[in-house]
Design a protein around this ligand. Structure first.
Ligand code: FAD
Length: 396
């Protein structure tokens, strides 16, 4: 078989990007695909409607061994950024909420400890997180500080002997209500620098309010966190997080995961739409036979292929160690815009059925709205690229 045998990849991987993976990578991708299709897809709409996280599915996810995939810390998988990205796409292709759960636990929370923790802290937390015996959350955003969090972060950390006292509010924090560990970013009142703290569930003074009535990513449990005199030992301060530049290192790694998720969300919607157009008949023919319907299908496929190509290249730059912030920002901004367009077209070709959950496309349309905004909005990512290409920052 030729290395470029396109019959060996799914039809929706039209240009055969999966063939860039080695055999092990392909095997893992196919395992994740099988699991998502057979275990998650049949139950996910019900969880989405009830806005409940499928805790009973966690052991099955743990067996896949994909938490913290690109990290090479103790007992972490240490696989390529390209494989990690394709797995994110694969998760989102069936359900963007599950992809987001992994983005928070395996991406942001494990990434904070991998990049900012001491060796001892990595040994203490990463193996159990990789096995998903401990689940993580990442608390950065605040009610009054979203895009402007770097300069605005108002949660405070005050050193008191061998411990720190945290006070403030966080908003939107995924997994927070059930995570075992929440990474809280707070400003040291002494030196005004942002530092990271691993706060264990149940620590006195840390309480949550679930974000209810979301119209997107309803399976993800987002919460506001209230921190009132929360005391954490010095051993829980991430030893290598000295300023917001270190927080940004984590975001730099995970932003690409979101670009891949956007591509997966678009791809899932396209696949459902394509299948539907072959089954639905009007005027005595499958609607797939109408030129205007084919036009939308081909536009969707073009968006998915273009977004995948950009994600592949930026992930290759990550693996080569030459990626820059603006590369990931371009991929996130581009693929989320294309995603929004694609899910809209998918909904269009389903007619009225496009707004019913049973056909899945409606869930992708809704979930796309959250992916569009989190981990840097389109505007913020555009400004990052704009600054890089013009040399002039236009943020304020
Ligand atoms: C579902 C979901 C999950 C999330 N999970 C987490 C999580 O786990 N942990 C966490 O810490 N955070 C999380 N977030 C927060 C997320 O990262 C923020 O929502 C995001 O950074 C945008 O901030 P904001 O919503 O406050 O919007 P704002 O910053 O208030 O922006 C509002 C609008 O103004 C625009 N804008 C802002 N500044 C400028 C500017 N300088 N120039 C031009 N336009 C500008 C923005 O682009 C946007 O269109 C999550 C959010 C969502 C929706």
């Amino acid at each position: 078989m030729s290395d470029l045998d396109l019959t060996a990849t799914p039809d929706s991987d039209f240009l055969g990007f999966e063939l860039l993976l080695d055999d092990d990578g392909r095997a893992l991708l196919e395992r994740v695909r099988g699991h998502m299709t057979s275990v998650v897809e049949p139950v996910i709409n019900d969880h989405w409607t009830r806005a409940e996280f499928p805790h009973d599915l966690l052991p099955g996810f743990a067996e896949l061994g994909i938490a913290g995939l690109p990290y090479d810390g103790p007992e972490c998988p240490g696989r390529s950024a390209l494989l990690d990205g394709m797995i994110s796409m694969e998760l989102a292709r069936v359900d963007p909420s599950i992809a987001t759960f992994f983005g928070v636990h395996g991406g942001l929370a494990m990434g904070s400890i991998q990049l900012c923790g001491s060796e001892e802290q990595q040994e203490r937390w990463l193996p159990a997180m990789a096995r998903m015996e401990l689940i993580g959350a990442f608390g950065l955003t605040e009610p009054e500080h979203g895009s402007g969090i770097a300069g605005g972060l108002a949660t405070t950390a005050r050193r008191d002997g061998d411990s720190w006292v945290l006070d403030g509010e966080k908003k939107w924090i995924g997994n927070a209500s059930f995570a075992d560990l929440v990474v809280i970013w707070a400003r040291d009142v002494e030196d005004d620098q942002v530092k990271g703290f691993v706060v264990e569930q149940g620590t006195e003074g840390m309480t949550f309010d679930l974000q209810e009535d979301k119209i997107a990513l309803r399976v993800v449990q987002n919460a506001s966190i209230h921190l009132a005199g929360v005391r954490v030992p010095e051993s829980h301060r991430l030893a290598r997080a000295d300023s917001f530049d270190d927080t940004a290192q984590v975001l730099r790694l995970t932003r690409m995961g979101v670009a891949w998720m956007a591509t997966g969300c678009a791809r899932g919607a396209y696949e459902h739409a394509l299948r539907y157009t072959g089954e639905r008949e009007q005027f005595g023919k499958p609607i797939a036979s109408f030129q205007l319907v084919q036009d939308l299908l081909v536009r969707m496929l073009g968006n998915v292929a273009a977004s995948t190509a950009m994600c592949v290249r930026v992930s290759q730059l990550q693996d080569a160690g030459t990626v820059r912030d603006e590369h990931a920002s371009l991929a996130k901004a581009f693929s989320t815009v294309r995603m929004r367009e694609t899910v809209g077209w998918a909904r269009e070709v389903l007619g009225g059925n496009g707004i019913l959950l049973e056909h899945h496309v409606g869930r992708f349309v809704a979930d796309a709205e959250a992916i569009y905004s989190y981990e840097g909005t389109r505007e913020i990512n555009t400004l990052i690229v704009g600054r890089a290409i013009t040399g002039v920052g236009a943020f304020v």
